[in-house]
Design a protein around this ligand. Sequence first.
Ligand code: BGC
Length: 449
Amino acid sequence: MTGRFLFPADFVWGAATSAYQIEGSPLADGAGPSIWQRYAHTPGMMANGDHGDVACDHYRRYRSDVQLMKALGLQSYRFSINWARVLPEGTGRINPAGLDFYSRLVDTLLEHGIVPNATLFHWDLPAALDDRGGWLNRDSAHWFAEYAEVLFKALDDRVPMWATLNEPWVVTDGGYLHGTLAPGHRNLYEAPIAAHNLMRASGAAIQAYRGVGRHQVGVVFNIEPKYPASERADDVAATVRAHAYMNQQFADPALLGSYPPQLKECFGDAWPDFPASDFGLTRQKVDFVGINYYTRAVVRDDPAQSPLRASPVRQPNRTHTETGWEVYEQGLIDTLAAFAQRYGHTPLYITENGAAFYDPPVVEGDTLDDPLRVDYLRRHLRALHKAMADGANVKGYYAWSLLDNLEWSLGFAKRFGLVHVDFATQKRTPKASARFYAQVIASGGASLG
Ligand code: BGC
């Protein structure tokens, strides 16, 4: 240990999860169904027929899971709230038992000295709202603000960090354009409308927070930096389009109050002229932005691909994770620099970073070696340290994920956890990466080298 990688003393070390991926008991105690409950029970949608009915059974085991977090030395825990537990129809009637679950979770975290960081929407829209058009309905902004205010009023006395949305890009790209995630639509005309309403909703929730909240509110984006496959002008232009679509489509309306011109260029008539007055709502002052960073993409021009006319190029001789993502820590450094350049010095958190790798079976003595995940984390934490030394305003880091969990439509086979979960017995076994991360936390980063 040289102390070369020491992080600031007030840097926040945490881990993240999301409701549908870990909780199980999706309809317990009066909860309404979500679109993920519906999607997962639609034949053919989920790998291996997996679903979130039990998942990590966290709804019933949250207490021991918090003890596990404590044992790892986590200082903060980022979780999400299943909207339909609290408002079974999405608006109107509150389900006290659903709200009480999150209240008990928060109290348990606080008893263990762990700071709760709550995300209001990690993809599980109440099915009742999908029946009313979901994110395609302009009223969704008001539905979301109503729900957000219920949570702020109930928990802001104990929850100091709130995020409105997790990764709106994934919601619209997977849920409305390609149909690979709930609600499973495939429609070029719908995706821009859902995207715009998501950002109106985020803005409306932030406005609600300013009325009733006393701490910090922000929004979480997935950022995947794009690099041209060659210096040819068409590859460079394709890279700019891919970057606008994935990395600016949501951050721009939230932080700049506009859309990058490439979106209209790509979507043509499917990209509506949104009312100028909407941007006063989408652009709200945020206390922080969460960035989820996993990988990069190298991009080439590809006229066959609608709507972007761009394709990723797999890089030979590089390590790729089980989800096919290149391990590329320099992308985190580049992302943080580019973000500050475009959007200014807003405080940032890395709200997700991690990797799915094939894990060997749990061996005798309750250990499990996951050297590739350890290497991934080490590389990215060192890169983060470098980015901060270069001036990135990052206040904390959350590993994805605390537990192996339901990787959405890819099912349980893709394991991102620091802690292994045996889904037959629900036994938790911390992997070598959990011990590695616990050491990083205990040493404030010094153990990184
Ligand atoms: C999401 C998580 C997901 C992870 C790994 C992010 O897109 O927020 O829910 O499990 O990445 O794919």
